[in-house]
Design a protein around this ligand. Structure first.
Ligand SMILES: Cc1cc2nc3c(=O)[nH]c(=O)nc-3n(C[C@H](O)[C@H](O)[C@H](O)COP(=O)(O)O)c2cc1C
Length: 268
């Protein structure tokens, strides 16, 4: 009788496990396309908010279609790829940073002495976003950035004005830092503190420092400085380095230089 009830107990437990695992698997499969859609929508919202476009009460996808033009650039030459020349995977709508970073054809290893963002490999191409003004001109640029924090790779955007001088906004759409510590990268006040900072010197070199402590407003360099996240030295350093990497010569440097030259030619 005793062994009978143990057998039954095990059978019932196994049966429950089987039913639960079928339910969980079915839910995961049926929800995966909705999760992918939500992830894409979240990315769109982050692009809009990095570009300072308020989407409250509006349809983010529609606003994105109206205001944002995504283009693929080749990082080494800083040139925009023509739509015809693009391989399917490099088209803005298909571009996936993680996938491309793993494909030798479209990515490269970063020498360790240059890998300040701690990402080991980088895409040879990136999709950047132009924020259009009401006449169809370019009002701002939004650049994707990523790099290691303490626990995770942070993925986000930094937006610059069309003169390539001032930060218009930053945002991270994916990271695994600790809420309340490194997770304060999502704090709206901290993100707002980037707005208006002067990002480059007269030679076009990126010069923003995210400090270990707080910015002293009386310091003349404070226009290039951001408060560190308290108790989160490693995430702070990660954000500092990932921005320096992507806005420097191994990231968007050549593209930025090309844009500056185009800008000065237009003025002549
Ligand atoms: C549970 C836990 C979570 C933490 N999460 C973070 C984090 O997300 N980012 C971070 O930089 N530090 C985090 N820290 C703190 C780091 O471990 C480390 O102490 C700190 O970054 C180093 O700062 P310090 O040089 O000022 O001591 C965490 C610590 C603990 C105990």
């Amino acid at each position: 009788m005793a062994s009978d009830s143990i057998k039954k107990t095990i059978q019932v437990a196994l049966g429950v496990c089987l039913v639960c695992s079928i339910l969980v698997s079915a839910a995961a499969v049926s929800l995966s396309s909705r999760q992918a859609e939500n992830k894409q929508l979240d990315k769109i919202k982050n692009i809009l908010s990095a570009g300072g476009i308020d989407f409250t009460g509006k349809n983010p996808q529609q606003l994105y279609n109206e205001k944002i033009k995504a283009v693929t650039i080749e990082l080494e030459t800083g040139k925009i790829l023509s739509e015809k020349a693009e391989q399917d995977l490099l088209r803005p709508e298909n571009f996936d940073i993680k996938k491309i970073s793993g494909m030798p054809k479209y990515s490269q290893a970063i020498p360790s002495d240059k890998d300040i963002a701690g990402i080991k490999r980088m895409p040879s191409y990136m999709v950047i976003y132009e924020v259009l003004d009401s006449k169809g001109g370019i009002d701002k640029y939004i650049f994707p950035v990523h790099g290691k924090g303490l626990w995770s790779t942070l993925y986000g955007f930094i937006s610059l004005d069309n003169k390539l001088q001032t930060v218009e906004g930053i945002t991270f759409y994916e990271h695994g830092e600790t809420p309340g510590l490194g997770g304060e990268v999502d704090n709206p006040n901290w993100k707002n503190s980037w707005k208006g900072k002067k990002a480059f010197n007269e030679n076009g070199e990126y010069i923003i420092d995210v400090l270990k402590g707080r910015v002293d407003p009386s310091n003349p360099n404070s226009i290039h400085q951001i408060d560190g996240l308290s108790g989160s030295t490693l995430t702070t350093r990660g954000v500092d380095y990932l921005m320096k990497f992507w806005l420097g010569e191994n990231g968007y440097g050549t593209f930025l230089e090309n844009l500056r030259k185009e800008g000065s030619n237009e003025k002549i």
